[in-house]
Design a protein around this ligand. Sequence first.
Ligand code: ATP
Length: 236
Amino acid sequence: MLLELRDVTVAYGRIEALHGISLGIEQGEIVALIGANGAGKTTTMKAISGLLPLQRGSIWFQGQDISKLRADLRVVRGLCQAPEGRGIFPGMTVTENLDMGAYTRRDKAGIADDQKRVFGLFPRLEERRKQVAGTLSGGEQQMLAIGRALMARPKVLLLDEPSMGLAPMLIQQIFNIITEIAQQGTTILVVEQNAQQALSRATRAYVMETGQIVKEGSGRDLLNDPSVKEAYLGVA
Ligand code: ATP
């Protein structure tokens, strides 16, 4: 396993939000985490990024226990999150935002190559490279958030609700790009409310309910699972 959570428990004060979850991601996979509001998806992402401490359990990355590793050092190792709600720098241009994504790196040629790669994935960002990020549309800001995360050259890209607030056509586009990023060799863990899209793109997925993982399977199997259909896909 490239990334593994073993029996991870996280609490906010006295309130336990994750009750011992275990999951694993292999190199090259797109793994989706689906579940209702408040199920614990974002908390899981934050635990992986190192933004929340573990109460119990451990997180393993490339065979090493990173449970106590600082968040910024996890980025250096190759675990990189594009946060929910975009989290870009609104006063900076597109290019400056992308440069911020590469702040841990010193290899100028590699950084330039990766900027080309990002502009290849998101031609709209190239057209708008001198535009201040705060004036981009919601979809463009989401693209920029993903692009900025890619500039750290992650081994695992963590995406929290990439479709949030986007029109259906743009959701389709973002997921096309996510699929392309995975095909280029970046492993992806994606948290999504849009279960239909996430499951149809994922190699595997986990279903979360109230701080626990209640189901695991291939994206296709879960798409056809009657209880998943009823609860998350809006069909009985
Ligand atoms: P959503 O899709 O609504 O973002 P989620 O599955 O990502 O939901 P989390 O945000 O991980 O869910 O929340 C899991 C639980 O932890 C919820 O019950 C939530 O109220 C609680 N929680 C989240 N953040 C905090 C916080 N900062 N302080 C206290 N409780 C929190």
